[in-house]
Design a protein around this ligand. Structure first.
Ligand SMILES: Cc1cc2nc3c(=O)[nH]c(=O)nc-3n(C[C@H](O)[C@H](O)[C@H](O)COP(=O)(O)OP(=O)(O)OC[C@H]3O[C@@H](n4cnc5c(N)ncnc54)[C@H](O)[C@@H]3O)c2cc1C
Length: 414
C-alpha cells in the first residue's frame, strides 16, 4: 500500500496495514481493530483516508461488475476503478452520465468524498448511487436503497459509516462526446453570463489563473443530441481553437483527451488520458462549491484577491454541478459553481493563501478530498446537514471505530 497519497503532499501515519482477500477476512480485520480506515487509490490531498491504527486496502478483494439492463443499474463490488468500470459499461453499450477529470480513482473513494464532474444539468457522481452495501462497525452488513431514511446521509459518507462493499449506480445508453476548445474570453462577459456559459453544452469547464486579462480556456463537451451555443461564445468574444491544449499553460497536449473529434463518452468526459500523468503530478488541490447564482460575485472576488494566491496557482477550473439531496454534497439543495485550484506543491504557501481565497467566496463548501483553511465551526455552517451526519455516524459507529484525526477535527469537532 502506498505510504503517501498520489501527489506526495500527505504521508499516511497509520502504524498498521493489511489487504484482506475475502469478505470474511475483511470482517475479521474490521472486528478486531481499535480504529480502521479503508484506502482508495490515494487521490485525496488530505488525511481523510489515514488511520490512527489499521489501514485496509481492498485491492486483493474479488471484484464484480454486473449490469442489470432492465433496471438500468450497474452493481460494483470490490476495488474497482472508473477505468475498469467505464470500459466494462462501454463494451456493453452503457454509460455513466458523468465522470471526474480522470479515470484512475476508485469508484467508492470518489463517491465517499462527493467527487463531481461538470454539467449544469448533471449532479455529482454520488447522485448515480441507487443502492449501497456497507459493512458496519458491529459486523452487520447493511443495505440502503434510494428513498430509505438514511440513504441521503450515507452516500457521501467520508468512510465514517463503515466499509462500502458494493454500490449500485444508474446507467444510461452509451453516447458520444465532442470536445470544442475556445480561448481568450474577455472577463466582463464571463462574469455576467457565467451560469449561461456553463450551461452551453452537456459539460463545460473554464480554465483560468484569475490574474490574466482574459479567461484562458473554455472547454465544451458536447453531445450530438445537444449542440453547444456557438453564437453565445462568439458574442462573448471567445476564439475557437483547432488542435489540442493542456489546461496548464505549457503542459503536454498529448496528455489530454482528444479535442475536436467525436468519441466515446468515457474517452472524452475525463480531461486526462489513461497512462499519462493527469494534471501535473507534483501539486496540491483545493476546491469550493458556491451557489451558481452568485457565480459572478465569486469570480470577481477571486480576480480581486488574485495577488494573494496567483503565484502559487498552476490553473483554476470552473465547473457547474446541479443541486442534489445528498447531505454532504457541495451542491446540497443548490446548483453550484465548483471552483477548483491546482496549486504548486507548496503546502505552507497554499495553507497561508487559502484564507484569502475563502474570504473572496460567497458561502463556499470545500471539497472533502482536497485542502481548505476554514475552521470546523465555519465548515459546519457551510454544510447545514453536518450535525445530522454526525448523529448518523454516531448511531452506526458508537465507539468511533471508523474515525480518524481528519474526521475528529473537521466533522466531529472533537
Ligand atoms: C489528478 C486528480 C484529479 C481529480 N479530479 C477530480 C474531479 O474532476 N472532480 C472531483 O470532484 N474530484 C477530483 N479529484 C479528487 C478525488 O476525486 C477525491 O479525492 C477522491 O476521493 C479520490 O478517490 P480515491 O479512490 O483516491 O480515494 P482516497 O483518497 O484513497 O479515499 C477517499 C475516502 O474514501 C474512503 N474509502 C475508499 N474506499 C472505501 C470503501 N470501500 N469503504 C469506505 N470508505 C472508503 C477513504 O477512507 C477516504 O475517506 C481529483 C484528484 C486528483 C489527484
Amino acid at each position: 500500500m502506498n505510504s503517501t497519497n498520489w501527489s506526495g503532499n500527505y504521508t499516511y501515519l497509520a502504524p498498521r496495514s493489511a489487504a484482506p482477500r475475502s469478505a470474511e477476512e475483511l470482517a475479521e480485520l474490521v472486528g478486531t481493530a481499535e480504529r480502521v480506515r479503508i484506502a482508495g487509490t490515494g487521490h485525496s490531498f488530505n488525511g481523510i483516508a489515514d488511520s490512527p491504527d489499521l489501514r485496509l486496502s481492498t485491492e486483493a478483494m474479488p471484484t464484480r461488475i454486473e449490469v442489470d439492463p432492465e433496471r438500468r443499474v450497474v452493481s460494483v463490488a470490490g476495488p474497482v476503478r472508473f477505468r475498469e468500470l467505464t470500459e466494462h459499461l462501454h463494451a456493453r453499450g452503457w454509460a455513466l452520465a458523468n465522470l471526474a477529470s480522470l479515470l484512475d480513482l476508485s469508484v467508492v473513494g470518489a463517491l465517499c468524498t462527493g467527487t463531481h464532474g461538470s454539467g449544469s444539468r448533471l449532479r455529482g457522481l454520488a447522485s448515480a448511487v441507487r443502492e449501497l452495501e456497507i459493512l458496519t462497525a458491529s459486523g452487520e452488513v447493511r443495505v440502503l436503497r434510494e428513498g430509505d431514511a438514511e440513504f441521503a446521509g450515507a452516500v457521501i459518507g467520508l468512510g465514517a459509516l463503515g466499509v462500502v462493499t458494493r454500490v449500485e449506480l444508474a446507467v444510461e445508453p452509451a453516447f458520444e462526446i465532442t470536445q470544442h476548445l475556445y480561448e481568450s474570453l474577455p472577463w466582463p462577459g464571463v462574469v455576467e453570463h457565467a451560469a449561461e456559459l456553463l450551461a452551453t453544452a452537456y459539460s463545460v469547464s473554464l480554465f483560468t489563473g484569475f490574474n490574466e486579462d482574459v479567461l484562458r480556456q473554455c472547454l465544451v463537451k458536447e453531445r450530438p443530441d445537444r449542440p453547444h451555443d456557438a453564437d453565445l461564445l462568439a458574442r462573448l468574444g471567445a476564439r475557437p481553437v483547432a488542435g489540442q491544449r493542456h489546461p496548464v499553460a505549457g503542459g503536454p497536449a498529448e496528455n489530454v483527451t482528444e479535442q475536436g473529434s467525436p468519441g466515446p463518452w468515457h474517452e472524452r468526459l475525463p480531461h486526462f488520458r489513461g497512462g499519462r500523468i493527469p494534471s501535473t503530478g507534483a501539486e496540491i488541490q483545493s476546491e469550493y462549491l458556491v451557489p451558481l447564482d452568485r457565480a459572478g460575485e465569486a469570480i470577481e472576488g477571486l480576480r480581486a484577491a488574485a495577488p494573494a494566491f496567483a503565484h502559487l496557482l498552476l490553473v483554476a477550473e470552473l465547473r457547474s454541478v446541479a443541486a442534489d439531496e445528498l447531505w454532504l454534497s457541495g451542491a446540497w439543495r443548490r446548483d453550484a459553481l465548483a471552483i477548483h485550484f491546482t496549486w504548486h506543491r507548496d503546502q505552507a504557501g497554499v495553507e497561508a493563501a487559502l484564507p484569502a481565497v475563502e474570504a473572496a467566496l460567497p458561502d463556499p463548501r470545500p471539497h472533502w478530498g482536497k485542502v481548505w483553511a476554514m475552521p470546523p465551526d465555519v465548515l459546519a455552517e457551510r454544510y447545514p446537514k453536518l450535525p445530522d451526519f454526525r448523529d448518523l455516524a454516531r448511531r452506526w459507529d458508537p465507539r468511533g471505530r471508523f474515525r480518524n484525526d481528519f474526521l475528529d477535527e473537521h466533522v466531529f469537532g472533537a
